[in-house]
Ligand binder design. Structure first.
Ligand SMILES: Nc1ncnc2c1ncn2[C@@H]1O[C@H](COP(=O)(O)OP(=O)(O)OP(=O)(O)O)[C@@H](O)[C@H]1O
Ligand SMILES: [Mg+2]
Length: 236
């Protein structure tokens, strides 16, 4: 599903009346099934932008258009699981329509089978992130929003999960927005990279990656990273 984003301005005003401009002139369109990756310095406004895109925050100037019936899957920067529910129930509650076969397939793909009856406090951060990913995918999203889903995981697990995200996104066409600080994740997962300025975030550069995700060799990835280094937009 296509997503049209035009955020003219987003400002927070605190109790003392002080204004913080967070987003300024963010315009882009993601085509159906396209994976947009957003890269920008800490505090520039990425999570704020994602909250606007999901419809959790309506207090901004501008417009975000997506089909009214779009199903949205979201992985927040913190896994945000319900603490009093098991792993399995966390996923089931988010996706009551998901059948047993689909859930088993997801738990297997994310290597969560041994944890279905565990509670969030019994999970490591990496496990909790995988549950958050399972929950987001279980809703069979048309639009998938991932806020640093691989942060603070060890390199092997991060690479493993990154491949799983790529497979899940390519399996059924999911319009995806991914925030990351990791340029390697960006070039492996993205169809288009958006480089953001410091707060208030603006789009400094948009870089399409033309080679399809599954066809990118290590040499392609290195070439893309070298091109980005030459563009001098990587500042995260
Ligand atoms: N509810 C809020 N009220 C006031 N200011 C806020 C609120 N949420 C975020 N901010 C401020 O907006 C700015 C952007 O925050 P945001 O969380 O969107 O950044 P980010 O780009 O996601 O950073 P990071 O990479 O560290 O996750 C920050 O200066 C933050 O302090
Ligand atoms: Mg953030």
């Amino acid at each position: 599903m296509r997503l049209d984003v035009d955020i003219a301005r987003k400002t927070f005003i605190n109790a003392a009346g002080e204004r913080t401009d967070v987003l300024s002139g963010i315009n882009f369109v993601l085509a159906t099934g396209e994976v947009g990756v957003f890269i920008g310095p800490s505090g520039c406004g990425k999570s704020t932008m994602l909250r606007i895109l999901t419809g959790l925050d309506h207090d901004f100037q501008g417009q975000v258009s997506r089909p009214a019936d779009a199903r949205i899957g979201m992985v927040f920067q913190e896994p945000r699981l319900l603490p009093w529910r098991s792993v399995e129930d966390n996923v089931r509650l988010a996706a009551p329509q998901a059948g047993a076969a689909r859930l088993s397939q997801l738990f297997a793909a994310l290597e969560l089978n041994g944890h279905r009856n565990h509670f969030p406090h019994e999970l490591s951060l990496g496990l909790a992130r995988r549950v958050a990913l399972a929950r987001a995918f279980a809703v069979e999203p048309d639009i998938l929003i991932l806020d640093e889903p691989l942060a603070s995981l060890d390199a092997t697990l991060a690479a493993n999960l990154r491949d799983q995200i790529a497979a899940l996104v390519d399996n059924r066409s999911v319009t995806t927005m991914l925030v990351t600080h990791d340029i390697d994740d960006a070039v492996r997962l993205g169809d288009r990279l958006f480089f953001l300025s410091p707060r208030p975030a603006q789009i400094l550069a948009t870089v399409p990656i033309l080679t399809p995700r599954a066809a990118r060799s290590e040499a392609d990835l290195n070439r893309i990273k070298a091109d980005l280094a030459r563009l001098n937009v990587v500042n995260v």
